[in-house]
Design a protein around this ligand. Structure first.
Ligand code: F6P
Length: 375
């Protein structure tokens, strides 16, 4: 088969289970069905700037479907603000240079919200770009789901299951921090699936007294333990109010001095928020007179073998991406819509974050089974 197109591919942002499955799906379809020449860039956009690449052929793409992480490596580097030699520089021209030097027809970027934005910037510079949505946070706009989410959901649910027996044995509260950046998809999903007694998500600022009341009520019913699933971005009502006021102050700042003051207030609040899980645990201990422990699941949620659903989703999106390139459809994110895929223009994706809507059916179900949502 004659070579039709030269395509670059990279993975950027936090790694996520299913990245290798997506690279494989795209690569195998690109090579086999469309005769593409495929070049993988190392470590996200940095590999593109530094022209560090590897030719992806059948051999490289074999045996990777079930492996976590990304064979290409990743980074959180942004082309327009990259640290090089201790300085933060705009390296976009270098990206364009590599793209032209390698005679690429298209660049495929696999990543979350930040990657969509960076890819869009490159599209505005005239590059043919396509993206796939990946992140365990499930917060990319305009797609039903992102790959990585289902695996992380399974890991967090398993952790909550395991916390039950130890919380029960010691008659303790266990406050479990779950990833998700500024959205509550992962905490809400795993909290429901794992039967957490309290679920706290950023979309619903919490009232510590109300949580303590719910835990005390459980104690009176003879249930002398409680599992509190907390999204890392969850916040108390007071914090949400203070942060809202600081942001407003920044927005309305009349001069540099006022803006600097607002920025200082925001930074101080963020610092305080870094330890909010342990503060919550301590406060619950004081209010309920039950012992409380904190468990932070951390990067375990991003590691290891992707679930079957993530492998399937990543393969579906990867192969659809190869097809779109063969049809020269550029400037899109390959989104998942039900059982099908949809090409969504990148300008409709960037600058948005998919949060949990307050009328989402998961929330309704959680409340109906008696879960306290902190409000
Ligand atoms: O976006 C994925 C994610 O795991 C978030 O849930 C979390 O806030 C963040 O990345 C952690 O980033 P890092 O791996 O850079 O510490």
């Amino acid at each position: 088969m004659s070579i039709t197109k030269s395509v670059g591919i990279l993975t950027a942002g936090g790694d996520s289970p299913g990245l290798n499955a997506a690279i494989r799906g795209f690569g195998k379809a690109g090579l086999g069905a469309y005769g593409m020449h495929i070049i993988g860039f190392r470590d996200g956009f940095r590999g593109l700037v530094e022209n560090r690449s590897v030719r992806l052929d059948e051999q490289e793409l074999s045996g990777i479907l079930t492996i976590g992480g990304t064979l290409l490596g990743t980074s959180r580097d942004k082309p327009h603000r990259m640290t090089v030699g201790g300085q933060v520089l705009d390296m976009t021209d270098k990206v364009v240079e590599t793209y032209n030097k390698l005679h690429l027809d298209c660049l495929v970027c696999l990543g979350g919200g930040g990657t969509q934005k960076n890819a869009y910037r490159l599209a505005q510079k005239g590059l043919n770009v396509i993206t796939l949505p990946k992140t365990i946070d499930n917060d990319v706009a305009m797609t039903d789901i992102t790959f990585g989410f289902d695996t992380a959901l399974g890991i967090a649910t398993d952790a909550i299951d395991r916390l039950h027996s130890t919380a029960h044995s010691h008659h303790r509260i266990i406050v479990c921090e779950i990833m998700g950046h500024n959205t509550g998809w992962l905490a809400l999903g795993s909290g429901i699936a794992g039967g957490a007694d309290v679920i706290l998500i950023p979309e619903i600022p919490y009232d510590t007294q109300k949580i303590a009341d719910a835990i005390a009520m459980r104690s009176r019913q003879g249930k002398r333990f409680s599992i509190v699933a907390v999204a890392e971005g969850a916040m108390s009502k007071e914090y949400a109010q203070d942060m809202g006021a600081a942001m407003e102050m920044k927005k309305n700042a009349a001069n540099k001095k006022e803006k600097a003051k607002a920025n200082d207030a925001i930074a101080a609040l963020e610092k305080q928020h870094a330890s909010h899980i342990s503060t919550l645990s301590r406060n619950l201990e004081e209010l309920t007179h039950l012992e409380s422990r904190v468990t932070i699941l951390g990067h375990i949620q991003r590691g290891g073998t992707p679930s079957a659903a993530d492998r399937l989703l990543a393969t579906r999106l990867g192969t659809a991406c190869a097809k779109m390139i063969s049809e020269e459809q550029y400037g899109f994110m390959v989104a998942s819509k039900g059982d099908t895929t949809e090409a969504v223009p990148l300008d409709q994706v960037v600058g948005k974050r998919k949060t949990v809507p307050l009328d989402h059916p998961w929330l309704e179900s959680a409340r109906m089974v008696g879960t306290n949502m902190g409000d």
